[in-house]
Design a protein around this ligand. Sequence first.
Ligand SMILES: Nc1ncnc2c1ncn2[C@@H]1O[C@H](COP(=O)(O)OP(=O)(O)OP(=O)(O)O)[C@@H](O)[C@H]1O
Ligand SMILES: O=C([O-])CC(=O)C(=O)O
Ligand SMILES: [Ca+2]
Ligand SMILES: [Mn+2]
Length: 649
Amino acid sequence: MGLAKIHTEKTVDGDPMVVCHDDSGPPVKAQTIHELHSLQKKRSAPTTPINGSKSSFSPTISEEELHKQQLQSISASLASLTRETGPKLVKGDPANRKAESQKVTHVEHYHHHAPTLNISDSALKFTHVLYNLSPPELYEQAIKYETGSFITSTGALATLSGAKTGRSPRDKRVVKDKTTENELWWGKGSPNIEMDEQTFLVNRERAVDYLNSLDKVFVNDQFLNWDLEHRIKVRIVSARAYHSLFMHNMCIRPTPEELESFGTPDFTIYNAGKFPCNRFTHYMTSSTSIDINLDRKEMVILGTQYAGEMKKGLFSLMHYLMPKRQILSLHSGCNVGKDGDVALFFGLSGTGKTTLSTDHNRYLIGDDEHCWSENGVSNIEGGCYAKCIDLSREKEPDIWNAIKFGTVLENIVFDEHTREVDYSDKSVTENTRAAYPIEYIPNAKIPCVGPHPRNVILLACDAFGVLPPVSKLSLAQTMYHFISGYTALVAGTEEGVKEPQATFSACFGAAFIMLHPTKYAAMLAEKMQKHGATGWLVNTGWSGGSYGSGNRLKLAYTRKIIDSIHSGELLKANYTKSEVFGLEIPTEIEGVPSEILDPQNTWSDKKVYMDTLLKLGGLFKKNFEGFVNYQIGEDNQLTDEILAAGPIF
Ligand SMILES: Nc1ncnc2c1ncn2[C@@H]1O[C@H](COP(=O)(O)OP(=O)(O)OP(=O)(O)O)[C@@H](O)[C@H]1O
Ligand SMILES: O=C([O-])CC(=O)C(=O)O
Ligand SMILES: [Ca+2]
Ligand SMILES: [Mn+2]
């Protein structure tokens, strides 16, 4: 007797189980895996229309011809100035070389002059161009090729900006030539560190050679400024998908129609940030240099991968170009109420521009960079750049919800398994950031333009805790505080309590202005007067004592204060005048405890309060000494009034 026969057919409740054939749908129309994959993708326009709706765009020239023109233009951008030729370019990912060999468009060298005979090896290779890729394509590039790229639990792209996690203002240089020598602000206090044309060309060549040595580069052709009359076309050439997605989000995204007629850009950024500058080069003081050449309309980035350099470099450009057209460029957030009342929010980094302009009850025009022209206000950008440290869903729901697929999340820390972000973690940096397209905010106003501002809100995060939570300003006081550009942050939080550090940054953005601060101040005064705007000073910093003994003002209270400015209620309040700064302090605001409105009530030791107030007043006075010899606008009277609008003691 042998063993019992093994039955391979299992039974369920005694019924034999039959082999299941899934014939519910027709079979695939492919004989091979390769064929199957080729069914997956269909051709499309190389960009994403801003409204997300499918455009009925039919190109006026053949796609082949369009690609050729675009590659010729990019080759011209990437041309070495010494070898006088542009690189050989080919469109598409080098990884898809074989599969796509029938589809790609090549462009041979672009020649400025006669072709040169002594070619180098670099002239023999092709550089692949990844042109205006979509967010999913950029995700794939980042995840495949850039270490430190991950998808978070909400779909954002987590990335690292490398050794630099903030801007490098001491490495920002501007070419001083015959024109800019007279036009720009140079010397003490100015953000413009000079370099000469020759040195710029050396750095440009270094960047271009680096980019051309790569297998592939990313190219973004996009716009700045929602005011169509004053729109600027920018091209960004970069080595990283992170940079390309960041600028895709932050600049205005062209439609396929707009892209077809894009032509030559007005300004080009060469971002070779992975590659350092050469310290043997004249003027170089570190491995980093961010160089602007207004005459050549170019910017070169070497030695920093922090993407904010591109955003703020373009902002510097606008601070030069716009005032030439009598348009005021502003480091401010901007939103508009249902009745069309526009508010501007000025303030240095971390004072609340993004947080307070993103307001569920109002339409967001923009969070950081605007223009004020004869037509009203317009956003320069197509996206927002929010600080993420300690971000909470309850306090900032709209920003929280904007961190989803397509958003770039810089330098945050996440759970390695769930990919949930820990917004309180400062392991990489305190300056963690999210960059998202403005339409990720549900009540964004698109197009991002609005009428003339009714309220101009100056934000200061006063870690000394002596400025009132809100005060109403006269025009002269508004100008005084605009030129001062005060905020006080805490230097370092790691080793116990530190003294607050006062920062004065003219026009609330001295790092980005190109002309003397009084030029911008005069324009602001003229516009506020003409359109009847009211100035306000809002302290988003400390109350009840300085950093260490007091507390940061509750965001909920600041929001109530801002609400009362928008509604017009605060304009009708009763006011008392403060000591030293002579600020008009309201006695009552709905939803805010009255005792916190005058800071001296919140300090337990009145003498320490007065000493601190006088100390801050002294710092203001000392800072303003740099401006006393300038006239502001055409009017001497305004200049005198502004000088008198500072602290008196
Ligand atoms: N009372 C308050 N008012 C405003 N912001 C507050 C307040 N209390 C805490 N905060 C926090 O302060 C930070 C303000 O940063 P925000 O991103 O708005 O700066 P920003 O002015 O836009 O700076 P940047 O120009 O660098 O983008 C946020 O993290 C916010 O949560
Ligand atoms: O530019 C940056 O990196 C962030 C920012 O908005 C600012 O500092 O004003
Ligand atoms: Ca911001
Ligand atoms: Mn900013």
